[in-house]
Design a protein around this ligand. Structure first.
Ligand SMILES: Nc1nc2c(ncn2[C@@H]2O[C@H](COP(=O)(O)OP(=O)(O)OP(=O)(O)O)[C@@H](O)[C@H]2O)c(=O)[nH]1
Length: 308
């Protein structure tokens, strides 16, 4: 009587099936345009497919059997190993972006899924990683959401992030601020000094925004011709107003001549603020409208000022 728990193949056809699936598996590993590997729980590579040849420092003779810390520069190995450890400890797939160098010394970003491998007793004995190169896709995405002139993100990205930041404010019980900034009498500036000079002014505005709003999480966008938007968290309206005032003063302090912008005769900004309370039920359009109305008040009240 054959042992029901014995998984070893007994017949010729079972052996043929196994050989066939092994052939398919090997072909997949050889031709898949992704990195596929396994590591034991000490970080030693136990299997790596052919695509690893693309990596800097790869050596077919030694790659399998070497430890991740011997194969990659320390900061890269740490990042890779940390995700393997998480997959093993948390016993679930981990999805992360990882960076590695290719043979041509360019740094590539991979979207990686790492998952634990279990033995017959249900214990994790290794991890498997499948990594797809997303460098080009990321660059294309970055281009599609970046304003070429200033390097800030564009309106398209503003719309995406606004929604996310609103959710974050709600989740973290924080007040978010939407700041809109607009160059005063920019049409006249272009008419007087020319479009290329106008472009330099727009770049200077981007620098001013960045000089004040540079904390992690602060976001600045160019959302139209001479219109800018920022999203940032603060301790409350007073701090947000002070930051906006700093941006206004920073731009004025550059003293870029603008003869048709009295009384200063320099390039100035008008700014409008709206606050997004964590429990606010207002939608993006309503909050934007509030900031836009505040900006309008700043313009109506003489420009070169902050309004809320
Ligand atoms: N140099 C330059 N000018 C631009 C660009 N995009 C839009 N503009 C110009 O920005 C100007 C915006 O002018 P308006 O919206 O009329 O407002 P304004 O003259 O700034 O007047 P106020 O906002 O009332 O102070 C227009 O003349 C646009 O042609 C750009 O990329 N570069």
């Amino acid at each position: 009587m054959p042992d029901r728990n014995d998984s070893r193949p007994t017949t010729r056809s079972e052996l043929d099936e196994l050989r066939e699936s092994d052939r398919i598996l090997r072909a997949l590993l050889d031709h898949a345009p992704v990195l596929i590997s396994t590591k034991d729980l000490r970080g030693t590579v136990t299997m790596a497919n052919r695509h690893f040849e693309i990596l800097d420092g790869y050596d077919a003779a030694t790659f399998v059997g070497s430890n991740v810390f011997d194969l990659f520069p320390c900061e890269i190995a740490e990042q890779l190993w940390c995700n393997d450890r998480r997959a093993a400890l948390e016993k679930r797939p981990i999805r992360e972006e990882e960076s590695v160098y290719h043979r041509d010394k360019t740094l590539h970003t991979y979207r990686t899924v790492k998952f634990p491998l279990f033995d017959d007793a249900g214990e994790v004995y290794a991890t498997c990683a499948v990594s797809t190169d997303i460098t080009d896709a990321k660059a294309a995405h970055d281009d599609s959401v970046t304003d070429e002139l200033t390097g800030l993100k564009n309106r398209r990205y503003f719309n995406i992030r606004f929604h996310e930041e609103q959710k974050r404010a709600h989740r973290d019980h924080r007040v978010m601020t939407l700041l809109l900034a607009d160059v005063d009498r920019f049409k006249e500036y272009n008419d007087t000094y020319g479009h290329p000079q106008g472009d330099l002014v727009l770049r200077a505005v981007a620098e001013c925004l960045h000089a004040t709003l540079h904390r992690p999480g602060d976001l600045s966008f160019r959302i139209g011709g001479d219109e800018f938007a920022c999203l940032f968290a603060s301790s409350g309206p007073d701090e947000s107003l002070a930051l906006a005032e700093q941006i206004r003063a920073g731009m004025a302090a550059r003293r870029i001549p603008h003869q048709s912008n009295p009384p200063s005769g320099h390039v100035t900004l008008s700014l409008g603020l709206a606050f997004i309370a964590h429990d606010s039920a207002l939608g993006q359009c309503e909050i934007y409208e509030q900031a836009d109305q505040a900006l309008y008040r700043a313009k109506r009240s003489g420009r070169n000022m902050v309004s809320r």
